[in-house]
Ligand binder design. Structure first.
Ligand code: ATP
Ligand code: MG
Length: 351
C-alpha cells in the first residue's frame, strides 16, 4: 500500500509532520512517498501541480494532502495559483464524493454555535457529490429580446452520477450506525425527483440500512434544532456545499475537521481518495509552531479507514485525539496554549 504525501504550503508541512509521526507509530505495512504541491511546487517547478506530482498521485493508493495557498502567488495567472492544484487532482483522479465528518468532542461543547446540550449529540457524516449539479451545467448571462439580462445555471444529474454517490452513502452508513438520510428538494426540482428515485432503487441492495429522505430546507433547520438525529447524510453538490459548512460551524473549530474526496477507482482495500483538513494553509501562523495538527491527524484516520480498510487503526487515532482533548490539551484555535509538536506528542502518548 502506497500513500502519497503532499504537504503543500503554510502550516501544511508542520501539521503533516505530526500526522506522519502518528502513521509511523502504528507500524502498518505502508510505503510513504513525498511530492510537491501548491505554491511550494510553483516555486520549485514553475507549476502548482507538476507532472511528477500528478504521476506520484496516480500511482498511489491514497493521498494525504496538507493545504495549499501562498500569498506570494496572489498575482499569478489563475492556472498557476496554488489552489489549482487541488482542483487538478480532483479532476485527474475522478474524485466525486466529498466526505465531511462532524463530531462534537467531549469538553468542547462551549465552542459550538449551538446550545451545548444540543451540540453534544453531533456525530454525523455529510457526503456531498462533487462532479455534477448547477456547478457544471450550462451557464450564461444572456440578453432577452426586451434588453433585460438573464442569468441561468442548469441543474442536472444523470442517473449513474446519482447511483455512484448513493452507493458511497449506503456503504458509509453500513460502517456507522446504519442510518442514511438523503437530502433533496424533490417537491420542486426534477433533478431531485430523479435523485430520490435512484437512491430508492439503490436502497434495495442495502436492506440493512434504514433510509430516510428530507427536503434541504428542513435539513438545514433540523441540523440546528436536533443534529443528534443524523448519522450519514448524502446529498448533491449545491446542497452539500451549504450543509457541510453549516455542520462544521456546529462543532466549533476549523483545526479539528477532516475531509475526504473519494474516486471511482477501487483499490485492494477501499476506494482511491484524497484526504485533507478542511482548513487552509493559515499563512498568518505558518512557521510559528502554533498550528493545531488534529485535523491533519484525523485526515490520516479517514485515509486509513476509507482507502486502506484499516478500521481499527482509524478508530485508535480518533480515540487518541478525543482523549487528548478531554485531557484539556488544546491548540490556540480552541483557546488553549499547546503548540503543534506538543499536540502531536500528546496524541502519540495516548495512541
Ligand atoms: P483557504 O482559502 O486556503 O481555505 P482561508 O483563508 O479560508 O484559507 P485558513 O487557512 O483556513 O483560511 O485559516 C483561517 C483562520 O483559521 C486563520 O486565522 C488561521 O490561522 C486559522 N487556522 C486554520 N487552520 C488552523 C489550524 N490547524 N490551527 C490553528 N489555526 C488555524
Ligand atoms: Mg477557506
Amino acid at each position: 500500500m502506497k500513500i502519497a504525501c503532499l504537504p503543500g504550503d503554510g502550516i501544511g508541512p508542520e501539521i503533516m509532520a505530526e500526522a506522519l509521526r502518528v502513521l509511523a507509530a502504528l507500524e502498518l505495512p505502508v510505503e510513504v512517498v513525498h511530492g510537491d504541491v501548491g505554491g511550494a511546487a510553483y516555486h520549485r517547478h514553475g507549476h502548482p501541480l507538476p507532472p511528477e506530482t500528478l504521476a506520484l498521485a496516480q500511482g498511489a493508493d491514497a493521498l494525504l494532502f496538507g493545504a495549499v495557498g501562498d500569498p506570494t502567488c496572489d498575482n499569478l495567472e489563475r492556472h498557476l495559483r496554488p489552489e489549482q492544484a487541488i482542483l487538478g487532482l480532483r479532476s485527474a483522479l475522478g474524485l466525486f464524493a466529498n466526505l465531511r465528518p462532524a463530531k462534537m468532542f467531549a469538553g468542547l461543547e462551549d465552542l459550538s454555535a449551538l446550545r451545548p446540550e444540543v451540540a453534544g449529540a453531533i456525530d454525523l457524516l455529510i457526503i456531498r457529490e462533487l462532479n455534477g449539479d448547477v456547478y457544471f451545467g450550462e451557464k450564461a448571462i444572456r440578453r432577452l429580446d426586451d434588453g433585460r439580462r438573464q442569468g441561468f445555471d442548469l441543474m442536472s444529474y444523470a442517473e449513474d452520477e446519482v447511483r455512484r454517490i448513493a452507493h458511497v452513502g449506503f456503504r458509509a452508513a453500513q460502517g456507522r450506525s446504519g442510518k442514511l438520510c438523503s437530502v433533496d428538494k424533490a417537491n420542486v426540482l426534477e433533478t431531485s425527483q430523479l435523485w430520490r428515485d435512484v437512491v430508492i432503487e439503490v436502497a434495495a441492495e442495502y436492506p440493512d440500512v434504514a433510509l430516510t429522505h428530507m427536503y434541504v430546507d428542513n435539513a438545514a433547520m433540523q441540523l440546528v434544532r436536533d443534529p443528534g438525529q443524523f448519522d450519514v447524510i448524502v446529498t448533491g453538490n449545491l446542497f452539500g456545499d451549504i450543509l457541510s459548512d453549516q455542520a462544521s460551524m456546529c462543532v466549533g473549530s476549523i483545526g479539528l475537521l477532516a475531509s475526504a474526496a473519494l474516486g471511482e477507482r477501487q483499490m485492494a482495500h477501499g476506494t482511491l481518495g484524497l484526504f485533507e483538513p478542511i482548513h487552509g494553509s493559515a499563512p498568518d501562523i505558518a512557521g510559528t509552531g502554533r498550528a493545531n495538527p488534529m485535523a491533519m491527524i484525523l485526515s490520516l484516520a479517514m485515509l486509513l479507514r476509507h482507502a486502506l480498510g484499516q478500521e481499527d487503526a482509524a478508530t485508535r487515532i480518533e480515540a487518541a485525539v478525543a482523549v487528548t482533548l478531554a485531557d484539556g490539551i488544546k491548540g490556540g484555535d480552541l483557546g488553549g496554549t499547546a503548540g503543534t509538536v506538543a499536540i502531536g506528542d500528546a496524541v502519540l502518548a495516548r495512541l
